[in-house]
Each structure stands twice: as C-alpha cells, then as structure tokens.
Ligand binder design. Structure first.
Ligand SMILES: Nc1ncnc2c1ncn2[C@@H]1O[C@H](COP(=O)(O)OP(=O)(O)O)[C@@H](O)[C@H]1O
Ligand SMILES: [Mg+2]
Length: 241
C-alpha cells in the first residue's frame, strides 16, 4: 500500500519543501521508495533540490494532457527518490479527481509526499480520499503556530485525522526567550501530535545539493533520521537539545 502524506503549513517560508525533500531522502536511507509531488505551482523548490537535468515535463503537462504521469516522473540524484516537478505557467486550480488520478498511477512507491503551497490554497482539492495523513510544519513562533492551528482545523474538517506537527528551525536559545510557555501548550494549541523538532541549521545552503554531506552535522542529521523513523512508526525519541 502506498502512503500519501501532505506536507503543509499556515505560513510560507517555514521549511515545507526542505522538510519534504529531506524526509524523502531519509526514507530512502531506511530502504523505502519515495516520490515527491510538488504542488506549489510556480515555485519549483523540489526541482531545485533534486534535479540532475531540467525536467522535460512537469505537473502542468500532466494536467493539460501533454504527457502521461509516467513521462513526468523524474529520477533525482538520490537512489529511490523520484519527483514530479511543479507546474509552470499553469494557472488553473487542480481538481481532486485529477490529483486522485495522478496518485493512482504512482502505486509502485511506498510513499508519496505532496509538497503543498503555504496556507490554505490547496484546500479545495485535498480530502481524506486523496491523502492518508498530514505533516504540518511550523517555526517556533506564535504567528506561525497560529497558522498551523488554522490549517490543522481545516484538515480536520476535511476528514484528515492523522495530523502531526513538525517544529522546524528550532533554536534552544530563542525558545527560552519566546513567550511560548511549554511544548505541551504548543501541541494543545495546534491540535496535532508533535512528530519532530528540527534544529535551525546554518549550513543548510552548503549541503542542499549533497544530502550525503549532512552526516557531518550530527544534531540535524539525527533529528531528521528520527523524524523518518517516527513517521514509519518506530518508537524513537524526539531530539531537540
Ligand atoms: N532547519 C532549517 N534551518 C535553517 N534554515 C532552514 C531550515 N529549514 C528551511 N530553511 C530555510 O528556510 C527557507 C525556506 O525554506 P522552504 O523549504 O523553501 O520553505 P517553504 O517550502 O515552507 O516555503 C530556505 O531558505 C531554507 O533553506
Ligand atoms: Mg515550498
């Protein structure tokens, strides 16, 4: 069975695409076959991280019927991690039935990660027939967490019961100073179980085209490996000190 996970957030720039691609990569380290579907129309973040060559076709070409789903699947520089690039020059809304059809053609994968645009832009086409669960990414700031709460509520209304929170760009120094009293409070507030706390990583740009190099950044590497393991249902600890 292929598991379909939406990666979303209330606010832009929180690290959705980064987390999507890194989670995909770490799942392949754990032996899984993964495809990322970039749903962020216009901004080709996933492609930037993963491409070897300019993709010939993208999601827009599938939607206009210019190519088959199979033809739009690109291999990445990482083994077992494929992707479909974001639509360019495609301005119409994607329909649930279209997305469902695309996902159906990708059943050979263990996981389909859907990288979404910020906010509720995709809400029309997302429901519990399309995805199994959602990972909501937020930075440890009040505004961001409020956005995450709004998205979590919307997903709940759409029947998505499995919603988990990833706190990204965590910095223990700023956390202590922030007005967010405790982690429990954050989880209650967002109404999504916490699955990972990913540290702020200064050198991300340096390793963004060579994830194998991440192994030198132990804390960050471990946090991502733990995220991938927890996502797979393995009982490993959160790591954020
Ligand atoms: N854990 C992290 N530490 C430091 N910078 C990060 C981290 N995660 C993401 N970023 C940076 O934040 C910016 C936005 O990330 P991106 O994944 O494009 O966000 P989104 O997809 O939510 O808009 C990028 O410059 C990215 O390198
Ligand atoms: Mg993005």
């Amino acid at each position: 069975m292929t598991k379909k996970t939406l990666i979303t957030s209330g606010k832009g720039g929180v690290g959705k695409s980064t987390i999507t691609v890194l989670l995909g990569f770490f799942l392949t380290i754990l032996g899984k076959k993964v495809i990322i579907l970039d749903l962020d129309f216009g901004i080709s973040s996933v492609e930037e991280f993963l491409k070897e060559l300019e993709p010939v076709f993208n999601l827009g070409d599938i939607l206009t019927g210019a190519c088959s789903v199979e033809a739009a699947v690109n291999s990445s520089r990482y083994k077992k991690l494929d992707f479909i690039a974001a639509a360019k020059n495609y301005t119409m809304n994607i329909q649930s039935s279209q997305l469902q059809q695309i996902i159906k053609s990708l059943e050979g994968y263990d996981f389909i990660l859907l990288d979404s645009p910020a906010g509720l832009n995709l809400d029309e086409c997302i429901n519990d027939e399309i995805i199994d669960d959602a990972l909501i990414v937020a930075n440890p700031e009040k505004l961001c967490l409020t956005g995450a709460r709004n998205v979590s509520r919307l997903l709940e209304e759409r029947g998505i019961l499995e919603r988990r929170l990833i706190i990204n760009k965590f910095n223990s120094k700023t956390w202590k100073k922030s007005n967010l009293e405790s982690l429990d409070m954050v989880i209650d507030f967002v109404t999504a179980r916490l699955i990972a706390i990913i540290p702020f990583m200064e050198k991300l740009e340096v390793v963004s085209h060579d994830f194998e190099g991440l192994v030198s950044y132990k804390k960050f590497y471990k946090a991502l490996l733990n995220l991938a393991n927890r996502y797979l249902g393995t009982d490993v600890k959160l790591l954020f000190k």
